[in-house]
Design a binder for this molecule. Structure first.
Ligand code: DX5
Ligand code: ZN
Length: 222
């Protein structure tokens, strides 16, 4: 039985008490903090940057923090800043660069795991040549830029298709899904064999995180 990990996305957290929110979701079973960085350019929204990540690290948050970079341009300086701040993983969107192969190397050079995010409309073929170089494939199940959107149903088939290729090619890549995941659709994702599930609104907009996470965890046992 493999362990499926839950990655609470703090985009939906109450920023007034961000530290407490992060500590709570980790205490009650969150495995990875999903850190959505938006720049009002690649996506029409602004969130937070390396300084906020650093402040989490300075306050004893030791769990993995994956930075989902929805910014353009992605510079080496930005990658260095996130790495210095304590990011464990940096996930980038291939649409933001002509130099994907170079960015992958830069992220590795700074000691982070490398993830590639595929927008709903982005084809798997974009990453096909990089399967030996990446650690994580993040399948977006909503258009990036906003929390609380509805899961796009055609993504189930996309995951099925990608999972089949990865298995057939024996690629050891973590398959992660991000956007619109709820208690109603998580089971399908588990059955499709995904490894990491991002949860924003479905955790942070509920009252009792302990109960919510317990309810999600029930679906992970199969
Ligand atoms: C969307 C972000 C997601 C988002 C998920 O642009 O990348 O990580 O926070 O939030 P929910 O779970 O509310 O869709
Ligand atoms: Zn995200």
């Amino acid at each position: 039985m493999k362990k499926i990990l839950l990655a609470p996305s703090i985009l939906a957290a109450n920023f007034f008490k961000l530290g407490e929110e992060v500590k709570e979701v980790l205490k009650f079973g969150g495995d990875i903090i999903h850190f959505d960085v938006m720049d009002n350019h690649y996506v029409p929204n602004i969130t937070f940057g390396p300084l906020v990540l650093e402040s989490l690290r300075k306050n004893n948050i030791t769990h993995p923090i994956e930075v989902h970079l929805m910014v353009n341009p992605i510079t080496e300086l930005l990658i260095k800043q996130f790495s210095d701040a304590g990011a464990t993983t940096i996930i980038i969107h291939p649409e933001t660069t002509f130099y994907l192969e170079k960015l992958i190397q830069v992220i590795k050079y700074y000691g982070c795991k490398i993830g590639i995010a595929l927008n709903p409309s982005t084809s798997f073929s974009v990453v096909e040549n990089f399967l030996d170089q990446i650690d994580i494939l993040l399948i977006m199940s909503v258009t990036p830029g906003l929390g609380g959107q509805k899961f796009l149903p055609f993504i189930f088939e996309k995951i099925f298709y990608i999972k089949e290729i990865l298995d057939r090619k024996k690629k050891n890549i973590i398959l992660e899904v991000d956007g619109g995941i709820t208690l109603k659709n998580i089971q399908k994702l588990v059955l499709l064999g995904v490894d990491v599930i991002v949860l924003g609104t479905s955790i942070f907009k509920t009252k009792n995180y302990k109960k919510t996470l317990e309810n999600f965890k029930k679906f992970l046992l199969y």
